[in-house]
Design a protein around this ligand. Structure first.
Ligand code: ZN
Ligand code: ZN
Length: 131
């Protein structure tokens, strides 16, 4: 189950870009498509190397929403990898496309976010849902 949408502010008119979150969109667990995408380096070099050295590792892919201190909202598809004993081997992170700083993952998105421009609570306008 996942969703996509836009944060917007009724007070000052701020609108974020479209962000996506949830795992339904990309599938999870031992999906052979995800395994191939990891081994093709679609999620970066680090996940690829981990899965090459630990073929028994568990993983799932989802879409994560991020927020930056500079007011930028973004999201990306990412994988999480765990050893066969359940130890986390790889956790995705995201750098801001606008200011380059490390972004913060939004817990329980869309959650309650304040407007980066005026500090008022943002509305979340759902544009897409999938299951
Ligand atoms: Zn605002
Ligand atoms: Zn930023």
């Amino acid at each position: 189950m996942g969703s996509g949408g836009i944060y917007h502010c009724r007070v000052c008119g701020f609108r974020s870009g479209e962000i996506w979150f949830g795992c339904g969109f990309l599938g999870n667990s031992d999906n052979p498509t995800i395994r191939r995408m990891i081994l093709d380096g679609e999620y970066g070099d680090t996940p690829r190397k981990i899965l090459e050295t630990e073929p028994d590792a568990h993983f799932y892919a989802d879409s994560i929403a991020y927020r930056c201190r500079c007011g930028n909202f973004s999201s990306k598809g990412a994988v999480h990898i765990f050893s066969s004993e359940g130890k986390p081997l790889y956790r995705p992170s995201m750098n801001c496309g606008r200011c380059g700083k490390r972004m913060r993952a939004i817990r329980d998105p869309p959650g309650n976010q304040e407007c980066p421009e005026c500090g008022m609570p943002l509305d979340f306008e759902l544009t897409v849902m999938w299951d």
